[in-house]
Ligand binder design. Sequence first.
Ligand code: GLN
Length: 415
Amino acid sequence: MRSPVPEYLASVLRDCRQLDGGTVTEGNPELASADPDTFAVALATVGGSLHGAGDTDVAFSIQSIAKAVAYALAIEDNGIETVLEAVDVEPSGDSFNEISLEATTGRPRNPLINAGALAVHSMIRGHGSEERAGRMTDLLSRMAGRELSVDRAVYEAELESDDRNTAIAHLLKSVGHLGAEPADVVDGYARQCAVTVTCNDLARIAAVMANGGKDPNTGEQVLDPAVDRHVLAVMATCGMYDGSGSWLATVGIPAKSGVAGAIIGVLPGQVGIAVVSPKLNEHGNSVRGVAVFERLSRDLGLHMMHVAPSGESAIRSMTEAEDVTTVELQGDLRFAGAEAVTARLIGSVSEGNCTRVDFSEVRAIDGAARRLLREALRVLENEGHQVVVEDPDGFMTSPDRSEAAGENHVPVGQR
Ligand code: GLN
C-alpha cells in the first residue's frame, strides 16, 4: 500500500504554484541566480516517516535557518544564563538585518535576527571561524542524517556582500557582546549560512526538533530536550522576523525562514516540515512557502494553539464491583490527565470501599502527574480507604520512567 500523504503534498504544491509574487534575494549573487521555479515540500514525522513532493532533492544554502540550530549549540556550550546575558528573547518587530540593539543593555533582541545570530555564532565553542562553523556543520549533519558541507561559492559571495553584517559585528563588539573579533565572526557566520541542504534534509532536521531533540530514526539524543524546547519557543515568537506575529496567528507552528527561500516548521510531538521556493515577500520569507504552511496547518490541523482536551483520555475505564472501584489509566499522563483522575477518585470513594488503580496501559508519566497521583493516593489512605495500585512497569516508584516532556530545565553553566 502507498501512503496517501505524498499525493496530498503534491496537490498542495499544485495549488500554491499559482501564487507568483515576491522576488529572489539579490543580496548574494550566488543566491540571485537560483531557479525561481524550484518548489518542494517535505514532511518528517516523529515516528520516522518522510514524505515529500516537488524538488525535494534540489540543493540550496540553509541561510538563516541555521540560526536556530546555532542557538541550540551555543546554549549547550555555554548554558542558558550566559547566552541570555548576551542575547535577549524578545521579538524585535524589525527586519532580519536591522542594525538594532536594546537601548539599555546593548543586547540584540533575539538570536534569530542577524545581530543576535552573529553574537550567538561567536559563542559557539571553537578556535576561529572554521572550527565554529565546522561544529555547526557536524551538528546539522547529525540532525539531517547525512554528511553536509559548506558551499564554497555561496560562502565567498556571502563574504563579499557582508558589509552590513560586518557593521553589526563591530557594533556588537563595541557594546561587549561579541565573543571573537568581528571579521572572524562574520566569516564563521557566512560559512554557517552557506551549508548546503535539500528540502528533505531540512524536514529531517525539523523532525529532530519536533521530537524533543531525539533523532526519530536512530534514537540518538542530538539536542538536550530542554534546550530544544527553549529554541522552539523563540522560533514561535521570532522565527519569521517582522512577520512573526501574523505567522503565529495564522499558521501557529514554530518556524524559521532563510533568504534562499526555505522555511522549516516544527510542531512539537508531531512533525517537522520544510518548504522551499526562492521568491520572498517583504519580510524576507518565501511567498509560496508561507502559503504552503497556511494550507498544511489548516488541512492537517497543525496549529499549536488548537489543542484537543487530553485530561479525560487518561482514564481508560472506571468500573465498580462489590465495593471495589477500579480505575484503569492509559497513555501519557501529564498534569491535566492526573488531575482528571484525582477528581474522579474523589468523586467515587465512599465509606468502606476499596480503590484499585491500574497503570498497566500507561505509556509514560511526567513528574507533575506522578506527584499529584501519589499525593491523591496518600490522602485516600490517610482517610482510611483501602488503595491497591497495579503498576507492573513501576511508573509510580521509579522517577526515571518520566518520559513525557516538560519537566526539564534548560541547563545553566558549562556542560
Ligand atoms: N546570509 C544572510 C544574511 O546574513 C542570511 C539572512 C537570511 O537568511 N534571512 O544576511
